[in-house]
Design a protein around this ligand. Structure first.
Ligand code: NAD
Length: 359
């Protein structure tokens, strides 16, 4: 297959970690007979320095016209004092809106080799943690009307939580489709005992379930879900939920897995063109030192192959290679533990490549 990938290296450790992911993609292309064409996109602080704009129109166009976008990270101290609209993070928000990605998908997976890094008890971790949260990204309370009024000397603030059936349906479909590509178990999380928006959410999910008879749908209240994620995370495979619940639950889920440097993410919309990035920021404190963990970015590239390019074997190949490198005790500084071998960012990239094998 021939695919065009827009590549945003960004700021801080962005260029170092993206380089490793591109090396891995090149080897995958060799092994499986694909061609990946890369188009460079300036976004974030580096784009402000070069173009005076965190995401110039031409750069957004390159992303929208690509088959998918791979992003390192943006931002840093240097640009903290620029006006709000010109900040590096504004580029990211404009990119998400411009690409129309309404679904953020974040896996919570504990690598058995890093089980000690989890704050959960060993017996819970040993049951296995490997689920994905599909979060609605551009609706709900964060995008509802926000007002603050004052009456009789007292302030009142109101944030509106609104969802339409079609907004729920489009994210629900991503949940069902994602479950189809995994263990065919989908848990819909809401607060239908209190909120009308959640009751609508639940009814739309059940209507959709009829179209996905191969997927088992369950419902869970969000407060219970927050408890279950720490009590028995092994029960989950795919969770689908609204924007604010997903924001909170996905941070909780990333904590239980140990290191921020290991976690990839994808954001998808109506087309297969997705945005793939690690969940961490640009880590300016370690930028340029060749010590960053590139695994979150490498695994983001694997998600791109699985979810946008329909290349599950190639994605498995990358994930197995990461696992093999961890099995042999190689660790970047952030995941280092006693008895392991410390390696830098580019060496970790080379090690992963050395383990890529077509089955
Ligand atoms: P951060 O995620 O960049 O760093 C937090 C801590 O984790 C730091 O100690 C850092 O060294 C470490 N860390 C992060 N990624 C790592 C990796 N791959 N390997 C090893 N260690 C890693 O968060 P922050 O310090 O709050 O933010 C720094 C900058 O990144 C800010 O400008 C922020 O706005 C930006 N940011 C960007 C994104 C994005 O591009 N999507 C997301 C979050 C923050």
């Amino acid at each position: 297959m021939n695919k065009n990938i827009a590549v945003i290296r960004g700021d801080g450790i962005g260029p170092e970690i993206v380089e490793q992911a591109l090396k891995v993609l090149d080897k995958i292309a060799d092994l499986y007979g694909h061609t990946f064409n890369y188009t460079d996109v300036d976004m974030g602080g580096c784009a402000i320095d070069k173009w005076g704009n965190p995401l110039p129109e031409e750069m957004l166009k390159r992303c929208v016209e690509s088959d998918s976008v791979l992003l390192g990270a943006v931002g840093g101290e240097k640009w903290n004092s620029v006006p709000g609209d010109m900040r590096p993070e504004k580029g990211l928000l404009r990119l998400r809106a411009g690409m129309g990605v309404y679904s953020n998908n974040r896996p919570a997976k504990i690598w058995k080799q890093l089980a000690d890094a989890s704050p959960l008890k060993k017996e819970i971790v040993e049951k296995g943690i490997d689920f994905i949260i599909v979060r609605e990204l551009i609706g709900g309370i964060y995008f509802g009307e926000h007002t603050t009024t004052e009456e009789s000397g007292e302030k009142k603030a109101v944030d509106v939580l609104a969802y339409t059936e079609s907004e729920i349906e489009r994210i629900g479909r991503i949940g069902f489709e994602t479950a189809r590509k995994r263990s065919k178990k989908l848990c819909s999380v809401e607060k239908s005992n209190v909120l009308d928006s959640s009751r609508l959410w639940k009814s739309v999910m059940h209507r959709l379930a009829a179209e996905y008879p191969d997927v088992t749908l369950s419902d869970m209240l969000v407060d219970n879900c927050a408890m279950q994620i720490v009590k028995n995370p092994a029960q989950f495979d795919v969770i689908v939920t609204e924007n604010m619940f997903g924001d909170i639950l996905s941070d909780e889920a990333s904590m239980i897995t140990g290191s921020i440097g290991m976690i990839p993410s994808s954001s998808l919309g109506a087309t297969s063109c997705g945005l793939y990035e690690p969940i961490h920021g640009s880590a300016p404190d370690i930028a340029g030192m060749d010590i960053a963990n590139p695994i979150g970015t490498v695994l983001s590239a694997a998600m791109m192959l699985r979810y946008s390019f329909d290349m599950p074997e190639e994605a498995d190949c990358i994930e197995n290679a990461v696992s093999a490198v961890l099995d042999e005790g190689f660790r970047t500084a952030d995941i280092m533990s006693d008895g392991c071998k410390k390696v830098g960012c580019s060496e970790m990239g080379d090690l992963i490549i050395s383990k890529l094998e077509r089955k």
